[in-house]
Write a protein that binds this ligand. Sequence first.
Ligand code: 5GP
Ligand code: MG
Length: 175
Amino acid sequence: MIKLHDLEFEPYISEEEINVAIDKVAQKLNEDYLDANPIFLGVLNGSFMFASEVIKRFSGDCEVSFVKLGSYEGTQTTGTVKTLLGLNQSLKGRKVILLEDIVDTGNTLEEINKILLKEEVANYEVATLFYKPEAYKKEFNIKYRGMEIPNKFIVGYGLDYDGLGRNLTQVYKLK
Ligand code: 5GP
Ligand code: MG
C-alpha cells in the first residue's frame, strides 16, 4: 500500500502486465507503420513513460512530438480540457499516432481531434496504454489499446494524483 497526499492506493497492475500490454501495442504499430515514417504525438504529462517505451520498441523511421493538455483536478475530470502547450511543428500530410496514457471520457481526444483537423494530417490513429470502456462517451475509434480497465481512478506509470505518483513503475488503484 502507498499514500499520496491524503489518499491510500493499493497495487493493481504489475510492471510485467504493463510490459505485455506495451509489447502488444508496439507489435501492431510495427506491422502498420514500419515504412510510413509516422509522427508519434505524446500527450503530456501522463503519457511520457508509455511514449518512451512504445517508441523504443518501434523499429522504423519516426519522429516524436508532444502536446500538453489537462482536464483532471484531484481524482475527478473537470470536463473542460485546456491546451497548455500546443504543437510546434506542422503535421500536414503526415501519419500521426497519438500516444495517450489513458482514455477515460474521451474529452481530451476530442480536443486533440480539433487540433489535428486544422493540421490536415494524412492519417490519424490513437494508441493508449489504458482504456476505460465504461467511461468513454465518444465515437472516435481507438485503434490501439494496451489494456481495458474498469472505471476506477489509478496512479503510477506516468499517471498522477495531484502531481504525485507518476514515477511509480506499476499501477495502483484507489483503496
Ligand atoms: P479524458 O479526457 O479521456 O476524460 O481523460 C484523459 C486524461 O485524464 C488522461 O490523459 C489522464 O491524464 C486523466 N485521467 C483519466 N483517468 C485517469 C485515472 O484513472 N487516473 C489518473 N491519474 N488520471 C486519469
Ligand atoms: Mg493524459
